[in-house]
Ligand binder design. Structure first.
Ligand code: SME
Length: 157
């Protein structure tokens, strides 16, 4: 496993292309899910500098806060609630250019302005979500969706 992350400049796609092999290296040989979620959140935060990057995991009928990087956050989110709970119930990635315009958005921080949430699947079921928040509007697009979906597929949920 690489000890230091190599941070690169460039387009968003170039940054993801350089980051993904490094995330694969971090995950290689490690089977513990929490360890892998923690390093993935750290790698994304380090490369992109987003405001908040982290995971929520499905536990019974709620999402419960998992490994993350950034300010303290809400610990429990019900299915269908907020962006995370909606991504879970719809089993789909959600891109939110302006969180204030998303009905039911859960404001863990007033500094968060845009967000992308990507579900994690195990045997076809959503078992958690990756949530990324930015402190500027319109930070996420289909490029993020494409690469973040690739990244969560590497996690052995
Ligand atoms: N904004 C999210 C809640 C999680 S925090 O942003 C970390 C939502 O609406 O689901």
């Amino acid at each position: 496993m690489a000890e230091d992350l190599q941070i690169i400049q460039g387009s968003k796609a170039e940054q993801y292309e350089a980051l993904i092999p490094q995330i694969k290296g971090l995950l290689e040989g490690e089977t513990d899910l929490v360890a892998n979620l923690a390093n993935t959140a750290a790698a994304l935060k380090e490369q992109f500098g987003w405001f908040w990057v982290g995971f929520y995991l499905v536990k019974q009928d709620e999402l419960v806060l998992g490994p993350f990087q950034g300010p303290v956050a809400c610990t429990r989110i019900r299915k269908g609630r907020g962006v995370c709970g909606s991504s879970w119930s719809g089993a789909t990635t959600l891109i939110v250019p302006d969180v204030e315009k998303f009905p039911g958005h859960i404001a863990c921080s007033s500094l968060s302005k845009s967000e992308i949430v990507v579900p994690l699947f195990k045997a076809g079921e959503v078992v958690g979500v990756l949530d990324v928040d930015s402190d500027t509007y319109n930070s996420f697009d289909e490029t993020d969706q494409h690469y973040l979906e690739q990244i969560v597929a590497l996690l052995n949920c």
